[in-house]
Write a protein that binds this ligand. Sequence first.
Ligand SMILES: CCCCCC/C=C\CCCCCCCCCC(=O)SCCNC(=O)CCNC(=O)[C@H](O)C(C)(C)COP(=O)(O)OP(=O)(O)OC[C@H]1O[C@@H](n2cnc3c(N)ncnc32)[C@H](O)[C@@H]1OP(=O)(O)O
Ligand SMILES: CCCCCCCC/C=C\CCCCCCCC(=O)OC[C@@H](O)COP(=O)(O)O
Length: 272
Amino acid sequence: MEMGWLLWGTAVLLLLHVLMQLSPTVNFALRIGFYCVLCLLASALAAVACLLVNGGRTVKNMRIIKAVVKTFKYFFGLRFEVKGLENFKVEGPAVILSNHQSVLDMMGLMEVLPDNCVQVGKKELMYMGSVGLIMYLGGVIFINRKSTSSAKMVMSEVAKTMVAENVKVWVYPEGTRNCTGDLLPFKKGAFHLAVQAQVPVIPVVYSSFTSFYNPKTKLFTSGKIKVEVLPPIETKGLTSDDVTDLSDRCFSTMRETLFRLSGHPGEAKDSS
Ligand SMILES: CCCCCC/C=C\CCCCCCCCCC(=O)SCCNC(=O)CCNC(=O)[C@H](O)C(C)(C)COP(=O)(O)OP(=O)(O)OC[C@H]1O[C@@H](n2cnc3c(N)ncnc32)[C@H](O)[C@@H]1OP(=O)(O)O
Ligand SMILES: CCCCCCCC/C=C\CCCCCCCC(=O)OC[C@@H](O)COP(=O)(O)O
């Protein structure tokens, strides 16, 4: 009986392997499917650990989540080359900004995440079963992107609590995923947050995924991601009138860095 199951299991695995070699669509769907299953299962296990160790919703749970997610890269043959981690060592709270290319970004996020740091996410993520639960337990700040006024209200509350509780906040200023090798125009929320809290902004740039991941062409292979944490930009003394300048400055610095790390979209890339 057991022998039968073993044979069937081996046959199914072999079939999947052949299909993955023959069809990029199958390869892509299976790898992304595996990523989702991994996230759902790991979140369920990590949620139990978080509840046992820390008892409920707290940024301390991010340490547990980080330890778990940092192992995911080995399943997908991804390597990270990180520079500038010393730039996270600012005293007190800060707003961290980074480019957002894919759901795979959770691996890059956890690769460099400093202590006491929560992320801003769209509220729909809360309903992704165990993944939503682990985000809630980690202290993720959920916003309603469809209602500017409610998102602004949540962010101005965060401006107060991040200073009082000495927490860093990670925001994806493009406001949505974008895997084109370029940046989308930045939304203003992260910069209002930094100015209201009078805390520095720390930009983080991930090289383009396009050489190994492209949902349009169903490409998903192994690859290397370069990450650079840039020097903090102070906001002390700035007011809401300076938000546009601050946003423009961060946008150009991050775009220059993105192109330096992975070339302009469409150009042949440096494979070093
Ligand atoms: C263990 C295994 C686990 C495995 C899986 C789990 C892995 C890890 C778990 C933890 C990790 C979780 C990570 C979650 C990541 C989630 C990623 C996302 O969801 S990205 C999407 C959500 N995030 C964002 O959208 C942030 C960026 N967006 C903004 O900041 C926006 O500005 C806004 C959402 C606040 C508002 O957007 P919008 O309505 O489009 O309005 P704007 O055009 O930006 O602004 C309109 C005007 O309002 C002014 N403004 C904006 N904010 C403010 C403010 N706070 N105060 C005052 N005024 C504000 C702005 O300046 C505009 O006015 P203008 O006159 O035009 O300047
Ligand atoms: C009981 C419900 C079951 C639901 C099953 C859900 C299956 C999916 C499970 C795991 C997927 C892993 C997701 C990791 C978190 C990714 C966060 C993320 O990258 O969100 C995207 C968001 O930033 C921007 O969204 P849009 O680009 O605007 O869209």
